[in-house]
Design a protein around this ligand. Sequence first.
Ligand code: GDP
Length: 297
Amino acid sequence: MAFEGLSERLQKVFSTLRGKGKLSEDDVRKVMREVRMALLEADVNFDVVKGFVKQVRERALGAEVMDSLSPSQQVIKIVDDELTKLMGEEAVPLNKAPHIPTIIMMVGLQGAGKTTTAGKLAKYLINNDKARPMFIAGDVYRPAAIEQLKTVAQQVGAPVYEEGTDKDPVEIVKNGLAQAAENKNDYVIIDTAGRLEIDDKLMDELARIKELAHPNEILFVADSMTGQVAAKVAHGFDEQLDITGVVLTKLDGDTRGGAALSIRSVTGKPIKFIGQGEKLDQLDVFHPDRMANRILG
Ligand code: GDP
């Protein structure tokens, strides 16, 4: 289960405070040392942990006293608030173009879940916005990627624009956008190639697609199982492409928390959706407060 280790650790830490009267500075210091360890073990980025612990400690030792809460409940509330803040506070909706089509570009490493998430997003838009999306198959390096996108597209009932694997993806995207204009599709979802790690050639290609398509959203798809590495990779993509948001996938697995808790802080970009399974309806809008509650158990 996601966050299981972290949740258990935090609950154990907080249980040591139960029944205590006013907390001493020493109590708070001890608890925060444990919280720090728990977060590091959950693979949260070191600087993020440092900032988080400092913030919680200051608030816990500060004048902030709520009569309705016991000292331990107060610490838990502060941790809850700060975890929520760390993940962005509020849900952030998808950007929408003033005139159709809204163009969404999916980027990320190979295997992160781009194609699956493209399909999920189309389904989400069809269900919630009565959208008529079209996909563009921009991953020309793996024939299997195009086939996978076609399968997904068929399942959600949306067309795919593809030109096989022999053409420059920028050209394909250009032609695809012309097709979407003709068909009056209100959303275009561009699936792009990924690699096992960031490389210049891929980044250059993605930058050229961006320049041509002027996407309203560039969604970085992050595999939450990769922990804080996901945040580092997101940062790399953001530096090159100025991403507009993140989709965190595989939160149905036994992910530890490092990606969810690091990525917003490291990139400054909102997590917009979470993937919670392989099925196409397993995409949810990301709510930082709900995620914090889930982590706290
Ligand atoms: P891409 O290479 O980035 O396009 O990644 P894919 O969309 O092909 O996904 C890689 C694998 O991850 C596939 O087996 C997907 O079924 C799986 N996957 C994607 N999203 C999720 C998710 O939210 N949960 C789980 N359990 N698996 C996922």
